[in-house]
Design a protein around this ligand. Structure first.
Ligand SMILES: *[C@@H]1O[C@H](CO)[C@@H](O)[C@H](O)[C@H]1NC(C)=O
Ligand SMILES: *[C@@H]1O[C@H](CO)[C@@H](O)[C@H](O)[C@H]1NC(C)=O
Ligand SMILES: *[C@@H]1O[C@H](CO)[C@@H](O)[C@H](O)[C@H]1NC(C)=O
Length: 180
């Protein structure tokens, strides 16, 4: 019985925490930089225009696909981005040519390719926003703003209820308070 109790508590915690982070953070989205063409030295791709029509939120990922024989991906600051300076970059995202980086803060991230390609337009400024569910929404009741997430995560709710019910069957009730 103790084992059941421990197991159900752990299961319930995992499900509830997963569900909460899902509701709060939303689903992380992978954004392929430049769309279908990826990260290339080609005036066909205007990365400013690409960035302007993307909605990137904290927790999302960027995917850079490129030919690593020529190009790379370096995170730089605004000044270096504007002037295409590839020295003293902030971080080097380059690995195998299909490289991802997660957006962890609500700010503008700047990336460029070294080797002179930045001057041909291989640079991008990505504006990362706080997820709407996390930002304060004074004009909208919390329940209303959470509603879409709640309805679409009803599978999680179902699981929580199953675990709750199992708890109810097997436990002395002390744990029920924490879920109510
Ligand atoms: C990209 O598009 C923006 C907005 O349309 C424009 O201002 C900019 O000059 C373009 N950049 C290049 C390199 O063509
Ligand atoms: C941006 O980075 C360059 C290169 O490391 C550095 O010289 C410059 O001071 C930085 N600018 C700011 C505003 O941090
Ligand atoms: C970035 O990292 C890659 C892979 O580790 C490496 O090959 C490359 O030389 C680095 N680029 C710079 C500019 O440091």
């Amino acid at each position: 019985m103790t084992m059941w109790k421990n197991m159900t508590v752990v299961m319930a915690s995992v499900v509830v925490m997963g569900w909460l982070s899902w509701v709060v953070m939303g689903n992380p989205v992978l954004h392929k930089v430049g769309g279908s063409k990826g990260w290339i030295n080609n005036h066909d791709v205007n990365y400013t225009e690409w960035s302007a029509q993307e909605h990137v939120y904290v927790g999302d990922w960027l995917l850079f696909t490129f030919d690593k024989r020529y190009f790379n991906v370096l995170e730089v600051n605004k000044t270096s981005y504007e002037n295409c300076i590839d020295r003293d970059f902030i971080s080097n995202v380059t690995r195998g040519g299909r490289d991802v980086v997660q957006m962890t803060e609500a700010k503008t991230y700047y990336y460029l390719s070294g080797g002179g390609y930045c001057f041909h337009g291989m640079k991008v400024a990505v504006h990362v926003q706080q997820h709407p569910a996390m930002a304060p929404a004074p004009s909208m009741p919390v329940s209303a703003s959470l509603l879409p997430s709640l309805t679409s995560s009803c599978v999680s709710i179902l699981l929580v209820n199953v675990v709750y019910y199992v708890n109810f069957l097997f436990m002395d009730g002390s744990c029920l308070l924490s879920f109510s």
